[in-house]
Design a protein around this ligand. Structure first.
Ligand code: NAD
Length: 296
């Protein structure tokens, strides 16, 4: 299939590579010329603007952009993807944005006759490179069925979450819980160590007891408890604290729109905001434990 791909950053570039590997023809655009060059080297066709992608022969267009303002500027308006695409061309936005913006863009697409899915991902850059991302998809049943073989070239778990915007709903709810659970594990680990316990022994108890969770047994924030996690390599790589802060902001904003209290989510957002303000936004999000540790 001829696919247009816009946004070739840390996630978009490996995703586009996997589409090429699966035999699709790709037209690509990014504001960063070096990112485009890299994909052209792998066989993609460079295109000058999103408008030109929309006016070309692509049967499907995928975007992987930083945040809602970028998504709106690429999709909406005179030079946007929607008014310039042929009706029927499918649009899939894989960026993580708030559900309200996702629904606004999907509505504009539907009015122009373009099926649209929101399909944010989890799995990080490693999952993007390995083609094992989880896609949380919002849109109609028929559009989900149509997109599934394409998404399967980039991911392993492809979950239909309901109507437009619901992919983003699943993403913000999951990541809010992840932020809260990481802070909880950090607090408990720091307390145990401050009271004289060995970190590895404590993690072993938690991981076979009722406190067990992904942040503890797969991504423990205390250095040396697990190999191959950011905590054991100075909190480098992984999922940046600033990205967690962004996702917690999306969750609290979305909650405000429906007047739903997210008390721990808002507290988690403030903790990551303070951590970021101290200059640590580039560290993996498990480094939040450094706000608690007295032994460093
Ligand atoms: P990134 O900043 O590395 O890449 C974004 C790319 O979009 C850049 O290459 C940038 O030049 C390009 N871009 C920005 N505005 C543009 C425009 N108007 N037109 C064309 N290109 C434009 O970001 P990323 O890490 O690839 O993340 C992309 C999305 O995926 C974000 O919404 C992020 O929250 C989400 N996400 C990231 C991760 C991760 O681990 N990095 C994991 C899951 C989800």
């Amino acid at each position: 299939m001829h696919i247009g791909f816009i946004g070739l950053g840390n996630m978009g570039a490996p995703m586009a590579h996997n589409l090429l590997k699966a035999g699709h023809q790709l037209s690509v655009f990014d504001l960063n010329a070096a990112a485009v060059e890299h994909l052209v080297g792998a066989g993609a066709l460079p295109v000058d603007t999103p408008t030109a992608i929309a006016q070309g022969n692509a049967e499907l267009i995928i975007t992987m952009l930083p945040a809602a303002p970028h998504v709106k500027s690429v999709y909406l308006g005179e030079s946007g993807l929607i008014v310039n695409s042929r009706p029927g061309v499918m649009l899939i936005d894989c960026s993580t944005i708030d559900p309200h913006s996702a629904r606004e863009v999907a509505k504009a697409a539907a009015e122009h006759g373009n099926p649209m899915l929101d399909a944010p991902v989890s799995g990080g850059t490693g999952g993007a490179a390995a083609g094992t991302l989880t896609f949380m998809v919002g849109g109609s049943d028929a559009d989900f069925e149509r997109a599934q073989p394409i998404l399967a070239a980039m991911g392993k778990n492809i979950v239909h979450c309901g109507a437009a915007g619901n992919g983003q709903v699943a993403k913000v709810a999951n990541n809010m819980l992840l932020g809260i659970s990481m802070i909880g594990v950090a607090e408990a680990m720091a307390l145990g160590v401050a009271l004289g316990m060995d970190a590895k022994t404590l993690a072993g108890v938690i991981n076979t007891s009722s406190g067990r969770c992904w942040s503890s047994d797969t991504y423990n924030p205390f250095p040396g408890v697990l190999d191959n996690v950011p905590a054991s390599r100075g909190y480098s790589g992984g999922f940046g604290s600033d990205l967690m802060l962004k996702d917690l902001g999306l969750a609290t904003e979305a909650a405000k729109q429906v007047r739903q209290p997210v008390i721990l989510g808002a507290l988690a957002q403030q903790l990551y905001q303070s951590f970021s303000a101290q200059g640590h936004g580039g560290l993996d999000f498990s480094a939040i434990i450094n706000q608690y540790r007295k032994d460093t």
